[in-house]
Design a protein around this ligand. Structure first.
Ligand code: GLU
Length: 493
């Protein structure tokens, strides 16, 4: 019997997302339940957006939760390398094979031609799709043009009619018409593969037997299935997991819910509780009990118990469950958890230089710097009344800074300052116009330690969360404002 092998294949392009942990958890449980292996592969073919910092954050966040993998970039294994950026030659070889077999073709169309095509199709209310312009170029001619250095991509051929049957472990056979599929680019002009090619090649070469992935990938499943067929490979069993949702049923998004795992760590959730809650997303124990450990989940796991109604990721429910976990700890363990969370030497050492010169007794530390040990703050709207700026401008400046900080990858004081600087300059304001607002949002006080230092120490998750909280307190941002301000934001150099 073949060994069950599952994997998680995150792209390291941002904060470690709770959705990644959710999918990882189910893949882990499935593999363990069958005595199989669970692999971590990094899909970093998007060179512009992928970073090593983000990759490291994914490793750390999953480990914090208690999710361990048997093979991966950091632990090695017999199917490496486990980073797609290190597998370039492999994809080239397989793309070449598809072209040679006539299942794929080089395409020389310029970006302008494709833009124009898309514009025409959209105007005619057609689904934008590649029109097959380069499909009939004789192979010898194509080879010559490539040899002469002409820029090109490789596209796969797809049937133009009929339906593709996607066998989903949860939904049964799902039929998707072929005319919805584009002639997908498999290799980009830079010689790197797209998700589709790299994903299929790697799942095959890494002997993956079952793929549990998010349901957002279901519409593109036919292209993967076709690729398996073209290569003559057996396709893994497919399972499209329901998407996590905000309480209003929309897809979980950071605008409505913090989505970074590190946020939950900073807020003082227990990793066991977090994992337990993710296990409750669309799944339940046979006896419906709410609180269970990873080991219990593995022991009782049955993927068929996943229900398709979109599971709601609700902060209140998670907090309730976390409370259950906290209350059941022994007092000693509880105290140890508090220490580990924020009363640890490492964290205190970061704060100490900023408070030492401002207190006469140690007991003044809590009133001065209590916000370092809080999550959400009780904010006072009065602190946001501004001498110079109207209420709308106050929200605007804060929102633009928030967006800028959301995109900031290296969380350091001077980089944070540069974000704020860029926004205020663009709005023709001064740093001192924006700083009191930052101060109020981040510390919740009228005076305390330097807010830029505080932001660096608090970290990106809590800083962004508090800014969001403050903007909400002041009335939030309307849809119309979002549109206008996004334009303004895009123009900031
Ligand atoms: N790299 C994809 C992602 O970031 C992987 C999706 C899949 O599991 O195939 O979600």
């Amino acid at each position: 019997m073949t060994t069950v092998r599952t994997r998680i294949a995150p792209s390291p392009t941002g904060d470690p997302h709770v959705g990644t942990a959710y999918i990882a958890l189910f893949n882990l449980c499935f593999a363990r339940q069958h005595g199989g292996q669970f692999i971590l592969r990094i899909e970093d073919t998007d060179q512009l957006r992928s970073t090593r910092e983000s990759e490291q954050q994914i490793f750390d966040a999953l480990r914090w939760l208690g999710i361990e993998w048997d093979e991966g970039p950091d632990v090695g294994g017999p199917h490496g390398p486990y980073r797609q950026s290190e597998r370039g030659e492999i994809y080239k070889k397989y793309a070449g094979e598809l072209v040679a077999k006539g299942h794929a073709f080089p395409c020389f169309c310029s970006a302008e031609r494709l833009d124009q095509l898309r514009a025409e199709q959209t105007a005619n209310k057609e689904t934008p799709r590649y029109d097959g312009h380069c499909i009939h170029i004789p192979p010898a001619e194509a080879q010559q043009r490539i040899a002469a250095g002409e820029a090109h991509v490789v596209r796969m051929k797809v049937p133009s009619e009929g339906v593709c049957v996607v066998p989903d472990m949860l939904r049964g056979d799902v039929e998707i018409p072929w005319d919805r599929m584009d002639m997908q680019v498999l290799m980009k002009t830079d010689g790197l593969p797209t998700y589709f090619l790299a994903n299929v090649v790697d799942d095959h070469l890494m002997d993956i037997t079952h793929v549990l992935r998010g349901e957002e990938w279901l519409p593109s499943a036919p292209k993967l299935i076709k690729l398996y067929e073209y290569f003559g490979w057996e396709q893994p069993k497919l399972c499209y997991m329901p998407l996590l949702r905000n309480p209003d049923k929309s897809k979980l998004s950071k605008r409505k819910n913090p989505t970074s795992i590190t946020f939950y760590e900073r807020m003082g959730f227990l990793p066991q509780a977090m994992l337990n809650y993710l296990g409750r997303m669309g799944w339940s124990m046979p006896d419906e009990r709410e609180k269970f450990t990873l080991a219990e989940m593995i022991e009782n796991f049955d993927v068929q118990r996943v229900s398709l109604g979109g599971p709601i990721f609700d902060l209140e429910k998670l907090s309730w469950l976390n409370g259950q976990w906290l209350r059941e700890l022994s007092v000693e363990t509880f105290a140890a958890e508090v220490q580990k969370w924020a009363l640890n030497p490492e964290y205190l050492l970061k704060i100490a230089p900023h408070v030492q010169g401002r207190v006469e007794t140690l007991s003044q530390i809590a009133p001065l710097a209590g916000f370092f040990f809080s999550g959400a703050l009780e904010l006072d709207a009065k602190l946001f009344e501004h001498k110079k700026l109207a209420a709308e401008q106050v929200r605007q400046v804060m929102q633009l800074i928030l967006w800028r900080l959301e995109a900031l990858r290296q969380w350091e004081k001077d980089k944070i300052t540069a974000c704020i600087q860029a926004v205020v300059e663009h709005l023709e304001l001064k740093l001192r116009d924006a700083m009191p607002l930052m101060f109020a949002a981040i510390t919740g006080q009228a005076s305390s330690v330097s807010v830029l230092d505080a932001m660096e120490i608090l970290g990106p998750d809590l800083t962004r969360f508090r800014l969001r909280q403050a903007i909400e307190l002041l009335g939030g941002v309307s849809k119309k404002e979002t549109k206008e301000w996004e334009k303004l934001y895009a123009a900031i150099p």
